[in-house]
Design a protein around this ligand. Structure first.
Ligand code: SAM
Ligand code: SF4
Length: 349
C-alpha cells in the first residue's frame, strides 16, 4: 500500500517528500501503531532514553493579543489577571532546580508590563544563582528586546508558528501574520538562541495537508524544538463551539515530526495530557523526549486557563514534578541528567 511504501522510505531518509508526510499522517488505527513504533525507534536512536524536564513558570496571564483560540486573550473578561513579582519568579525557578529540573521556561501572555530590562534582570539572576538553562515563551517582542534577553543569559526561545496556513493564522491571530512570526524565528536564530516552534492540531479549517506543511516549515527552519499539541476549545473564546484536536491525530503529527526531524526536542505536551489520561505516556511512546512539569505557584494556576481541563491545575510544583516522573516511569524511560540543549548547540551535528 501507499502507507507501507511511505513508511519504508521513512525508515531510511529524513528528507521525506510532502506526499509521504501526508500519507503517514493519514494512517488508520492499525497503521498508526506501526507509525508510532517507528517514531519511537527513531527517538531512541537519535535522542536516547532520557526525558528532559523543563519546569514551566507561567508568570503573567495578562495579554495584549486577542488570539481566537486562547483563554488569556485580551477580551476575555472572565479571567482573574495576575502578575508575579521578580522575586517570586526567581523563587519559582529555585524550586524547579531543587526538584530536579535543569531548564526553566518563563511563559506569559504578551505583557509589556515586563520591560526587556526587567526580564533581563530576572534572567541574569536565575543564570547567576541557579544551575538552570532558561527558555523564554513570551510571544512577540522587538529584535532589540530578544537581543537584550539573550545577552542576559536566556538560552532558548519558543515561539510557535501555530499553523502554516497564512490565511488561518491571520484569522485566528488578529493583527498578526505568519510572515511576521517566521521573521521573528529567524531573528532568534541570528541572535544565537536555540529556537523552538510548534503548531496546534485540530484547528478549525485545518487539514492533514496543513499538518504536513507545519512539519515541513519547521524542518526548513531547522528548529531545535517543536511543541505539537491538540487545540482544546475554550468556552470563553470565539472558538467555543469548535471541535478541537484528537489525541490520535496529535500522536500521528508528533510521530511524523519525529521521523522528519530526528534531532528535534519534542515535548509530550500538557495539552495532550489534558485531553486523555494516558496522553502524556502515549506521546512519550510516539516520538516525544521532553516533559514540562508545571512550576507555577499553586495559587495562580486556575487563572492561567488557556483551555479547560488543564492537567495539574490543583497541584503544587512538587506534585506536578512527581506526576511527570510517573509518566516517565510508565513509559519505561529515565530522567535525563543533562540540560537538554539542542544537539546543534552541543556541536554534535
Ligand atoms: N503568549 C505566548 C505565545 O502566544 O507564544 C506564550 C503563551 S501561549 C498561552 C502558549 C501556547 O498556548 C501557544 O503557542 C498556543 O499554541 C497554545 N494555546 C493557546 N490556546 C490554546 C488552546 N485553546 N488549546 C491548545 N493550545 C493552546
Ligand atoms: Fe496571548 Fe499567547 Fe494566548 Fe495569543 S496564545 S492570546 S498571545 S497568551
Amino acid at each position: 500500500t501507499d502507507f507501507t511504501a511511505a513508511l519504508t522510505r521513512a525508515g531510511k531518509s529524513e528528507n521525506l517528500p510532502r506526499e509521504d508526510l501526508i500519507t503517514l499522517l493519514g494512517a488508520d488505527a492499525d497503521e498508526s501503531k506501526v507509525l508510532f513504533r517507528l517514531a519511537d525507534q527513531v527517538r531512541l536512536k537519535y535522542m536516547g532514553n532520557g526525558v528532559h524536564f523543563r519546569g514551566i513558570i507561567e508568570f503573567s496571564n495578562y495579554c495584549s493579543k486577542n488570539c481566537f483560540y486562547c483563554g488569556l486573550r485580551r477580551d476575555n473578561a472572565g479571567l482573574t489577571r495576575y502578575r508575579m513579582e521578580a522575586g517570586e519568579i526567581i523563587a519559582g525557578a529555585r524550586e524547579a532546580a531543587r526538584l530536579g529540573c535543569r531548564t526553566v521556561v518563563l511563559q506569559s501572555g504578551e505583557d509589556s508590563f515586563y520591560s526587556a530590562e526587567i526580564l533581563a534582570g530576572i534572567i541574569f539572576r536565575i543564570k547567576k544563582e541557579l544551575d538552570l538553562a532558561v527558555t523564554l515563551s513570551l510571544g512577540d517582542r522587538s529584535k532589540q528586546d530578544y537581543a537584550l534577553l539573550r545577552e542576559a543569559g536566556a538560552d532558548r526561545c519558543l515561539l510557535k508558528h501555530e499553523t502554516c496556513d497564512a490565511g488561518l493564522f491571520s484569522d485566528l491571530r488578529p493583527g498578526t501574520s505568519l510572515e511576521g512570526r517566521i521573521t521573528r524565528l529567524k531573528w532568534l536564530r541570528e541572535l544565537g538562541y536555540q529556537v523552538g516552534s510548534g503548531n496546534m492540531v485540530g484547528l478549525p479549517g485545518q487539514t492533514i495537508e496543513t499538518l504536513a506543511g507545519d512539519i515541513i516549515l519547521m524542518r526548513d527552519l531547522e528548529v531545535e524544538m517543536a511543541g505539537i499539541g491538540p487545540f482544546i476549545p475554550n468556552k470563553q473564546t470565539p472558538l467555543a463551539n469548535a471541535s478541537g484536536g484528537t489525541l490520535e491525530m496529535t500522536l500521528k503529527t508528533l510521530a511524523v515530526a519525529r521521523i522528519a526531524m530526528p534531532w528535534a526536542h519534542l515535548p509530550s505536551t500538557t495539552s495532550a495530557a489534558s485531553i486523555h489520561p494516558s496522553g502524556r505516556v502515549k506521546a512519550l511512546k510516539s516520538g516525544a523526549n521532553v516533559i514540562m512539569p508545571n512550576m507555577t505557584p499553586q495559587r495562580y494556576r486556575e487563572s492561567y486557563c488557556i483551555y479547560p481541563g488543564k492537567l495539574g491545575t490543583a497541584d503544587t510544583p512538587a506534585q506536578s514534578y512527581n506526576r511527570a516522573v510517573m509518566a516517565v516511569k510508565d513509559a519505561g524511560r529515565c530522567i535525563s541528567e543533562g540540560y537538554g540543549h539542542s544537539l546543534r548547540y552541543q556541536k554534535k551535528y
